[in-house]
Design a protein around this ligand. Sequence first.
Ligand code: AMP
Ligand code: GLY
Length: 430
Amino acid sequence: MRILVIGSGGREHALVWKLSQSPRVDEIFAAPGNGGTEREGAINARIAADDIDGLVALAQKEKMDLVVPGPELPLTLGIVDRLRQTGIPSFGPDAYCARLEGSKAFAKRLMTKTGIPTAKYAVFTDAEAAKNHIVKFGAPVVVKADGLAAGKGVVVAKNSREALQAVEDIMVARAFGAAGDKVILEEYLRGEEVSLLCFCDGEQAIPLPSAQDHKAAYDNDQGPNTGGMGAYSPAPMLGSADLEKMVDVAVLPALKELASSGHPFTGVLYAGLMLTGDGPRVLEYNTRFGDPECQPLLMRLGGDLARIMLDCASGGLDPANVVWNKQTALGVVLAARGYPHACAKGQVIQGIEEAEAIPGVKVFHSGTAVKDSVLVSSGGRVLCVTALGDDLALAQAAAYAALKKIRMKNAFYRKDIGDKGLRRPPAGFA
Ligand code: AMP
Ligand code: GLY
């Protein structure tokens, strides 16, 4: 099999790494890929993840058997629909289904229609009306740009001043461009967050083990929201029995609704859940693997990822082929100082081999490039240092021991990835 993986982050390095272990895979291309995909033996093609014409042309020229879009942008731009016209299967949803992630207003409407529990909300196309709503109902309130904003378009406002500023930034200063044409004001929810990802073949949803992301930039969930600073799996707050229940509540009604609109969902559907005192609520959907959740999750996958992906694409996933090891995996993101805002690139990275000499450790590259044979940083998130261990404490210890081996100037990472899980009594294998 020849496979094209689209994207350039830690998730895509993990996808290339896992797919390359499949006996049926002959060659992998990554577009544009990064230093890690190259080290894994993939051929990096200099085509951006949003260059749909270029990607389709490459898939045709290189006779791909499967295309795996990593990030959301090519999905919302319709790459799966375009590839379908050429007869090339993809692991991912069509543009209609990708709106579940590409428009929060669309996702909210679908959840309300199908009875999926979610925070109360109101949608605004006018900044003044949104501001009046804030003045009337006060804070805390959550302000969300409708469209894609790389995980940065959500502001959890503790007071009205912050909320009004967020509306100003999103709708008036247009910090995220057209993604801010609409804004969603949402009820503030308190609780524990957990990620539920499912392999979907249009009809079935087979859950991956539970995972927990850490979205805030700094320890103790302080600082601005990021794409994710670390993740681990399983998350003790969601045991295996609850995981199955959550699929029924948070995922299957959405799949049914999409299928009845003529758009069966294939690929990964990811529900971001908040476990509140009043029960679970869906905060958002992603229509792809999470980054960094993908890295620890794939370290636990025992099955053949290429086969699972092809079966999802063709509508016949056999749950027996989706198997997981019972260890815990934990990944910590090493980022450039300043992330999620502007930060310096081109810093030399050393020590990866020493880190990977620790048993169970794998270093995934998030934003790296090879320049004159030297590995340098090329993004805000630079590495995701991931480790397997027999329990959460052991996986955490191995990942942090590995981080100590890595040398890069002006880098930072959270010191508390996994701590929330350790404070919980284990709730069985999920
Ligand atoms: P989203 O992109 O919608 O998942 O939002 C990003 C992050 O903002 C989530 O992971 C939560 O930490 C936080 N968040 C989103 N919606 C809410 C809400 N209604 N109440 C509290 N926190 C929220
Ligand atoms: N880690 C959250 C995301 O990928 O959206």
